[in-house]
Design a binder for this molecule. Structure first.
Ligand code: SAH
Length: 361
């Protein structure tokens, strides 16, 4: 099959011809967020017909449980008169809509909440508007967290941080070099360029050929969350796939139609993600004195928050087929071989806020 190159590929080739090899984070940022041809800017990638499926799209129980977590934090915060419920990268708005349904159990929460969605994609903003058209509170959209006025805060981010651009460095005999996208025979090709970046201490044991990843964008977003929690009462819940400790390894992956492909394949039409380094993200959030509650697996989080109980309630009057669907959904989000162990959940709170369940200090 000899399909025409996507418009973004032609543009990237032109940019590299003019300015030389492009660091991986710039390539990833353009592939996902180019205003005209970026992956998220032109499509809704979620669900069976798309490229990947997320936990809120698997089961309503996911958003409902996060709703229960938010209500508990609202109580720990002393039920502020007004507060912002901020979601980073809300996808189709499914998690938020399930969360708000669960929050009907606490009328004060709904009377006092302002919903703020941080979203770059016009296509997904439209989907969110549709899901939340009957929302029991005002909904406002923002381009960044820095644009959200200062106030008491509950913040949620599910599968947001894995979409943020990463840089990669490779250990060579003579030192570190940065991986960059250049050209080979006029086509995009991965190469190496010299670097003066000082890599962190955990890279000291690297052998020839090892890859280390740095996530400047994640650190930037993390620092904004930390600052917000340091200056306003609040809590944040971050859910994503990744590792608890910083470690060597190439985690950048490209997915199209639920299949793994090369990161150079059809830029702008392929999803690019990288694992989240929860240790580094925790440090970035903590840098402005917000408290970090160490990450746990998604399986432990959901079980401790009452997943079985919730499934039992939903299954009570369900048909046999619906009961089977419920157990399959539970297995998908909490099963150790599925999302349960790969995905981690980390919380951050304002200094002085009591420990949020089910985290331990
Ligand atoms: N949280 C949703 C969607 C995850 S997909 C779910 O769990 O189903 C990633 C989401 O983050 C999308 O909504 C995407 O448009 C958004 N996103 C990615 N990078 C972004 C950025 N830099 N700024 C704002 N939104 C971004």
């Amino acid at each position: 099959m000899n399909r025409e190159a996507p418009p973004l590929e032609l543009e990237l080739v032109g940019m590299i011809e003019a300015a030389g090899p492009m660091p991986l984070d710039r390539y990833m940022a353009l592939c996902l967020g180019h205003p005209l041809h970026g992956y998220y800017m032109t499509r809704d990638p979620l669900g069976r017909a798309g490229d990947f499926t997320t936990a809120p799209e698997v089961t309503q129980m996911f958003g409902e449980i996060i709703g229960i977590w938010c209500m508990q934090c609202f109580e720990l915060m002393g039920k502020p008169q007004g507060f912002d419920l901020i979601e980073l990268g809300p996808g189709r708005g499914t998690l938020m809509s399930d969360l708000l349904r669960a929050a009907r159990a606490m009328p004060e929460f709904l009377q006092r909440v302002r919903i703020r969605l941080v979203e770059m994609s016009p296509v997904l903003r439209a989907a969110q508007e549709k899901s939340l058209k009957d929302a029991p509170a005002t909904v406002t959209w923002h381009d960044s967290l820095d644009g959200v006025p200062s106030a008491a805060t509950l913040l949620i981010a599910n599968e947001f941080f894995d979409a943020l651009p990463v840089r990669q460095f490779q250990r060579l005999k003579q030192g570190w070099a940065e991986r960059a996208i250049g050209l080979g025979d006029g086509k995009l090709a991965m190469g190496l360029v010299p670097t003066s970046v000082k890599l962190p201490d955990w890279t000291a044991d690297a052998n020839d050929g090892d890859i280390a990843e740095m996530r400047p964008a994640a650190s930037h977003w993390g620092a904004s969350i930390g600052e917000r929690l340091a200056h306003n009462l609040g809590a944040a819940l971050i859910i994503d796939y990744g590792h608890l400790r910083s470690c060597l390894g190439d985690t950048l992956q490209a997915v199209r139609h639920h299949q793994s492909v090369s990161i150079l394949e059809r830029p702008g039409e392929t999803d690019l993600t990288a694992h989240v380094d929860f240790a580094a993200l925790g440090q970035a959030i903590h840098s402005s004195s917000a408290k970090i509650w160490p990450a746990m697996t998604q399986a432990s989080f959901l079980h401790d928050m009452g997943l079985e109980l919730r499934a039992g309630i939903l299954g009570r009057n369900a048909s046999e087929a619906d009961k089977r669907d419920l157990s399959a959904a539970m297995e998908r989000v909490a099963g150790p071989k599925q999302m349960g162990h790969l995905f981690k959940v980390m919380a951050a709170t304002s200094p002085g806020l009591p420990r949020p369940h089910p985290f331990s200090g």
